[in-house]
Design a protein around this ligand. Structure first.
Ligand SMILES: [Zn+2]
Length: 421
């Protein structure tokens, strides 16, 4: 099967992390905690200042449970920060906790603490960042992408991208969003976004503010309307913000003419956010609401989206990783999972993406997930896959990509053919 897709778009990515992890330390090789001994500490790509940073451990088959004492044994002096493969927790040592000003008995930081810790890491040097930007561009281009929407901008990344864009060094059209983790940092971020808008280039756009409203299904922190694992009583996950604060941020972001994006995975998280958006709109504030992931939506939530300016950013490839436990974990709520067809029928715009580096950027894996999930009682997507994977603005960097049976045959970016190695 051959696809010719205009502006092939990955609508939810972590841009710098994608470049960083293609050059940096992957921990996916670890079969046990003692494999830490195999890490080559001389590789400068593994460092942020004097911190050792690695990504992607998965302890499922390890004989032991990760604990800070194990890291302390191998790294007694240097701070260590290792996010898990799902991107929702990190494993740190005692030295790191000291520098972060945090306490933890286990050295495992979850969700909000994990994200706050990540924000406090020393920045990469400009040289390292440049290398990561090139490496990210190459990674997306190789997968055929010409357009990405980044969820993790910082002022130093923005300034660098403006500079590289002006020197014609970018081979991607990039949209940027900034993630806020607490009310205290929101003000500064809003200000930064508004200033950034003034230095946009033809390949670089500042879109707005993002926050995490709930967690992930894998760690049972996505916020559901019923308890996990089909139980009558028990945890339903959690939310990371008081709703009043979310509403204030939504209102102020829209007032500033920016987009507001919310990480919502559980059906109840999405429902509450859509309800809040209705409330804010009724007060006369109008703006774009992006629901990130939108992995579970109830029909009434979708109906409530209709008068709003909502776009759902979905990653079919997450189904490939989650399918083994999805039905068991969700019980009755399984019927609401991956509602791409229900959104299509309700005419709510959707965009597809891959959430790299959590999943590799790949149009084809999303196609495979859409095809195969039909056999797991997920309603068949009858929409136009190429359209849902295409940047909606035809005036943003004229580009196209040809993909045949999973192989990128041609990629034309901004009028120029990109050579593929
Ligand atoms: Zn993400």
């Amino acid at each position: 099967m051959l696809f010719k897709i205009p502006r092939l778009y990955d609508s939810h990515t972590h841009f710098l992390a994608t470049g960083e992890f293609s050059a940096g330390l992957h921990l996916g090789f670890m079969k046990k905690a003692d494999d830490l001994a195999l890490i080559d500490l001389k590789n400068p790509a593994y460092y942020r200042s004097d911190w050792i940073v690695g990504f992607g451990w998965n302890e499922t088959d390890w004989p032991e449970v990760p604990h800070k004492s194990i890291l302390d044994k191998y790294f007694p002096d240097r701070p260590v920060f290792f996010p898990r493969m799902d991107g929702h927790r990190s494993w740190v040592n005692t030295r790191a906790l000291q520098l972060l000003g945090m306490t933890s008995d286990t050295g495992l930081l979850l969700e909000k603490e994990h994200l706050q810790a990540w924000d406090k890491l020393p920045e990469f040097t400009k040289d390292q960042q440049r290398r990561h930007v090139f490496s990210a561009c190459r990674t997306y281009n190789k997968a055929g992408f010409t357009h990405v929407r980044d969820m993790s901008c910082t002022p130093s990344l923005w300034n660098l991208l403006v500079e590289m864009s002006e020197k014609n060094e970018l081979t991607l059209a990039i949209e940027e969003n900034v993630t806020t983790h607490e009310m205290d940092d929101f003000e500064g971020m809003l200000d930064f976004c508004q200033r950034a808008k003034k230095s946009e280039t033809p390949l670089l756009r500042m879109k707005g503010i993002k926050l995490f409203y709930d967690g992930s299904l894998g760690s049972e922190t996505a916020f559901l309307s019923k308890p996990y694992n089909g139980k009558a009583e028990g945890p339903r996950g959690r939310t990371l913000w008081p709703l009043e604060q979310v509403e204030e941020i939504m209102m102020r972001t829209w007032q500033a003419g920016l987009e507001f994006s919310v990480h919502t995975i559980g059906d109840e998280a999405a429902h509450q956010i859509v309800q809040s958006a209705r409330k804010i709109s009724a007060q006369g504030f109008v703006g774009r609401l992006n629901l990130e992931h939108a992995q579970m939506l109830r029909p009434e939530t979708i109906q409530m989206m209709k008068p709003l300016h909502v776009r759902c950013h979905m990653q079919p490839c997450h189904w490939l990783s989650d399918k083994v436990w999805l039905e068991q974990k969700l019980g009755d709520l399984y019927k609401y999972v991956f509602p791409w067809e229900a959104l299509k029928v309700a005419q709510i715009p959707i965009s597809f993406g891959c959430d790299s580096p959590v999943e590799p950027p790949s149009f084809w894996r999303n196609k495979v997930a859409l095809d195969e999930s039909v056999h797991a009682k997920i309603r068949k997507f009858t929409g136009d896959l190429a359209l849902a994977h295409s940047h909606p603005d035809a005036t943003f960097a004229n580009s196209f990509t040809v993909i045949e049976e999973g192989v990128v045959q041609e990629i034309n970016f901004n009028g120029k053919s990109l050579l593929l190695e």
